[in-house]
Design a protein around this ligand. Structure first.
Ligand SMILES: [Zn+2]
Length: 205
């Protein structure tokens, strides 16, 4: 503990673990004088600490930190209000879909128009044609190595298997990678046309 003047004279550097002591008090919860002084000191601490205040308890040698922001675990939150809690209000509506519950995205029903077909039979509609069928070939080749049921109808696949078709994995490219590829090359008009064919209103996950 030292005076600020002393620290300045010795040109000490101040680190984040250093504190400025605003007040030292002996606890006396019954006394109004104590309470008033405590409130004042806490207010000063928040002001000088730009929203942070730490109270050091000499009885158990522990410090307790507080801040006057709407914050937890380092995340600052918006202070909720009536409007904030209503999806019908622009202030409260989901930022992604603006409260409509759906966004323009890749429509699963357009990509897989006939779920009774298997991957092998071509259930993924955009993976047809001379060039795009390379994606289907790639998937079948890679997936059969990990015993993926390439002959099973899409509708009978498990959640995890469907997920693999869409999301792929490190060494397997999926439908999402395919559309990412179209997007990355959207300077080509045929790619833009192809991608647009599968775009529709999709429910936000
Ligand atoms: Zn939403």
């Amino acid at each position: 503990m030292m005076k600020i003047e002393e620290a300045m004279e010795n040109s000490m550097s101040i680190s984040e673990s250093d504190f400025v002591i605003v007040d030292r008090l002996k606890s006396d919860p019954e006394s109004d004088e104590y309470k008033n002084r405590l409130y004042d000191s806490i207010e000063t601490a928040f002001w000088e600490g730009e929203g942070d205040c730490t109270i050091y308890d000499f009885s158990d040698k522990k410090s307790h930190s507080f801040n006057n922001r709407f914050e937890l675990d380092g995340i600052e939150f918006e202070i909720p209000s009536k409007d904030f809690l209503s999806f019908n209000n622009p202030y409260g509506a989901c930022k992604k879909c603006e409260g409509f519950g759906s966004v323009l995205g890749i429509d699963e029903n357009l990509v897989i128009p006939d779920p009774s077909l298997s991957i092998y039979e071509g259930c993924v509609a955009p993976w047809k044609g001379e060039i795009m069928s390379d994606w289907k070939k790639h998937f079948i080749q890679k997936a059969s190595k990990i015993e993926f049921p390439i002959h099973r109808p899409y509708s009978e696949l498990t959640k995890a298997e469907k997920k693999l078709i869409w999301e792929g994995r490190k060494d397997i490219l999926g439908i999402n990678d395919f559309f990412k590829h179209l997007e990355d090359n959207n300077y080509k008009i045929q790619y833009r046309v192809l991608a647009a064919r599968y775009r529709g209103k999709t429910r936000l996950p």
